[in-house]
Write a new protein. Structure first.
Lengths: 202, 256, 202
C-alpha cells in the first residue's frame, strides 16, 4: 500500500531516509485518523500504540499533534489527552449547526383584539384594554405580544397606581406593512372601501 | 472426461452447496463444463455440452436423492434435446411444440444469464463494502433544534377584530365601587388614635377632619357620633352640649 | 425522532426549516464538513443547501468537490453523489481496521448470487430467483440477505399464488456505494443483451 501511495503521489521512492520516515508517519496518521473516526467510543492511546508502526508513546504523540494541527481550522476538530482521543464538530459552529424551524400560527382572538386596541388607543393601559374588551384578563395576550415584539412598554400613566402604558413597536409597523401608525385605517375609511360588510347591521 | 471434472475448482466452504462436487445446481454445472469447452458462451456447442452433462450425472453414483431432482430433470431435458439434435429435421407435417434449435438457444440463454449474475455478484462484492472494507462515523453527534413561532395575522384581521369589538354591544363590565362610608368600628379606631389629645374639651366636628379616606361627611358624622355614645356608655369619654343643636364637645375621662 | 435527523436524511417533517445563513464559502465548507462528519447516515443534499449561504446547487457542489479534494489522501474520505454525501474510512486502510470493526461476515456464494439477482431483477420473487439460479432452494439465502437489511419485502406479485416480491434496500445502496439502483455495474449492457428478462413467456 505504501508503494502505491508513493506512486500515486508522484514521489520517487529513492530519496532520503527522512522522507521514508515521514511516509510511514503519513500512513500511521491515516490509520489513527480512520480508527478514531470509526470507533464507537473515544479511542484509548494504548490501543492506538498497537496500531502504528512504532510502539512508542512519543511517536504516537507526534502523530496526534499532527492530526490536531490538520483539523485546527476545520469544521471538525481532533482532541486528545493522556488517555483518549476523539473527533468532534467545532464548538465555533454550534450556532450554525443548530436547526431553526418556523411554525406558523394564527394569533389568538384575544391577542388580536388586544393588539388592535393598543394600536388604535396607544399608549394605553391594561385596564383600558380590559374595559374595551369587556374581559378582565389580558395578561396572557400582553405577554404574547411583548414576546413577539409587537408591543412595548411606554412608561407609566400619571394617575393613581401609575399603571403601565403600552404602545406598538417598529416591528409591528414592519410586520403589518405600515410606514407610520397614522396609516392604520380607521373605521369610516374601511367602510368607504366596502370592507367589513359582514359587520353591518350589528 | 473425468479429468475435466476434477480440474473444476470445488467450493466446500459454503454451507449452501447442493452437491458434493461443488456445483450449485444444473446450470452452474453446465457453466463449469462449458468453460472447459469454449470461452464465449454464445458459441457453445449445446450438443457437446449435453453429452458431457449426462455423462457427468451418470458418474455421480453418490448423488443425494433430495438434491438430485434438479440435476436429473436437466439431464432428461438434455437427453431429449440431444436426441432431437441428432435426428434429421422433423416431418413438417407434425406440429412441434418447440424445435431443437429453440431448446438449444434457451439453454444457452439460461447459462449466459446465470453467468451474468455470477459476474455481477463478483463485481458488487469486490467494491469497497461498508463494515467490511470501509467504516462509517462511530460517534454521531446531534445538533440543537430551535422552533420559532410565526404569527400570521394580517392587518385586516387585526382591524376586523377591533371593529367587531367596538361595534358589538357588549354590556359594560360590572364594576364594584368602593363604598364611601365609615363604619362604627373604624370611627372608634379613629377616636382611639387621637384619645390622648382629648385631655381638654374638643369640638366633635374637628375630629372628623382627621380622616381623609372617607369623603362622605354624613356617614362620618353618624358613625363617629355613635362611637362616642358607646364610649360615653363605657365611661371613657365625657360629652357636653351647651345649647340645643349647638356644638358637641368631647373630653376623655381621667382614670386616675 | 428528531426533526433535524429526518431533515438530514432528506425526509421533510411538516414544519418549515429556516436556517440562518452562514457567512462565506470557507464557513460553508466547515459547516458542511461538520454536519456530514457528525452524522452516521448519509446526509441529503437538500438539507445541506439549507445550511450554506447560497441556496444554489452548483455552489454546494463546488463545496462538496473541495471537501472531496481535501480528504483525498487522508484516512477518512469524503464521498458524494446527486443525493447524499458521507464520510467513511479509506478502503485502502481495510487491513488496519478490519480486525476491530468487521461486521460483514463472508456470505455464501449462493447468497451473493441471490443478492445480485434481486438487485438486477427487482422486484422479483423467490421462484424467479430459483429459475435463474437453476436450483429449487434459495430460502436460506433470502433469510441471510433480509437479516443484513440488504433486501426487503416489496409486496406480493399479482399472479396466482401471490408470491412475495423482494427488492434491495437503501442500506444496500449505501453499503455498496451506489447512488441509486440505476448505478448498478453493467446494468445497461445486461439489459441490452436481454439477460435481465425472465425466461417466462419465451
Amino acid at each position: 500500500m505504501k508503494k502505491s501511495f508513493l506512486n500515486r503521489l508522484g514521489i520517487k521512492p529513492n530519496i532520503k531516509l527522512v522522507n521514508e520516515k515521514s511516509l510511514s508517519e503519513f500512513d500511521d496518521k491515516n490509520i489513527v485518523e480512520a480508527i478514531v473516526f470509526a470507533s464507537r467510543d473515544p479511542v484509548h492511546i494504548d490501543y492506538l500504540i498497537t496500531k502504528v508502526s512504532k510502539s512508542d508513546k512519543s511517536y504516537l504523540n507526534n502523530i496526534l499533534s499532527l492530526l490536531k494541527e490538520d483539523y485546527k481550522t476545520r469544521g471538525v476538530i481532533f482532541e486528545y489527552n493522556e488517555n483518549y482521543c476523539l473527533f468532534k464538530t467545532s464548538p465555533l459552529l454550534k450556532a450554525a449547526l443548530s436547526d431553526e424551524y418556523q411554525e406558523t400560527r394564527d394569533l389568538s382572538r384575544a391577542a388580536k383584539e388586544t393588539l388592535a386596541i393598543i394600536a388604535y388607543h396607544q399608549p394605553t393601559t391594561r385596564s383600558e384594554i380590559e374595559e374595551i374588551r369587556g374581559i378582565s384578563s389580558s395578561k396572557g395576550s400582553l405577554d404574547v405580544l411583548l414576546d413577539y415584539h409587537w408591543i412595548e412598554i411606554a412608561g407609566k400613566k400619571d394617575i393613581p397606581g401609575r399603571p403601565i402604558l403600552y404602545k406598538t413597536t417598529k416591528k409591528f409597523l414592519l410586520d403589518f406593512n405600515l410606514s407610520d401608525i397614522n396609516d392604520l385605517p380607521n373605521l369610516s375609511e374601511l367602510k368607504r372601501e366596502g370592507l367589513l360588510n359582514s359587520l353591518e347591521g350589528k | 472426461m473425468n479429468q475435466i471434472i476434477h480440474s473444476v475448482e470445488l467450493n466446500t466452504t459454503s454451507n449452501l452447496i447442493i452437491d458434493i462436487s461443488g456445483f450449485e445446481g444444473p446450470i452452474d454445472l453446465l457453466l463449469n463444463l462449458a468453460r472447459k469447452q469454449k470461452v464465449d458462451l454464445t458459441e457453445i456447442s449445446v450438443f457437446e455440452l449435453s453429452k458431457q452433462y449426462i455423462h457427468y450425472i451418470n458418474t455421480q453414483v453418490e448423488l443425494k436423492i433430495d438434491v438430485a431432482a434438479d440435476y436429473l430433470v436437466m439431464a432428461s431435458w438434455l437427453t431429449y434435446l440431444k436426441s432431437k439434435l441428432l435426428l434429421p429435421a422433423d416431418d413438417p407435417d407434425i406440429e412441434e411444440e418447440i424445435t431443437a434449435e429453440e431448446m438449444a438457444s434457451q439453454i444457452s440463454h439460461r447459462m449466459r444469464r446465470l453467468d451474468a449474475m455470477k459476474n455481477a455478484s463478483n463485481i458488487l462484492f469486490s467494491r469497497p463494502l461498508i463494515n467490511r472494507d470501509t467504516y462509517l462515523r462511530g460517534i454521531p453527534e446531534e445538533f440543537d433544534e430551535v422552533t420559532k413561532l410565526i404569527y400570521n395575522s394580517s392587518l385586516y384581521d387585526l382591524i376586523k377584530s377591533y371593529i367587531e369589538k367596538q361595534e358589538s354591544s357588549i354590556p359594560t363590565p360590572i364594576r364594584i365601587f368602593r363604598l364611601d362610608f365609615m363604619s362604627i368600628d373604624s370611627a372608634r379606631n379613629l377616636i382611639s388614635k387621637i384619645y390622648s389629645k382629648l385631655s381638654s374639651w374638643i369640638n366633635f366636628i374637628n375630629i372628623l377632619d382627621s380622616d381623609i379616606e372617607v369623603s362622605n361627611k354624613k356617614s362620618k358624622m353618624a358613625s363617629s357620633f355613635s362611637a362616642i355614645l358607646n364610649m360615653v356608655n363605657e365611661k371613657e369619654i365625657l360629652t357636653k352640649q351647651d345649647t340645643k343643636f349647638g356644638d358637641i364637645y368631647i373630653k376623655k375621662i381621667d382614670k386616675d
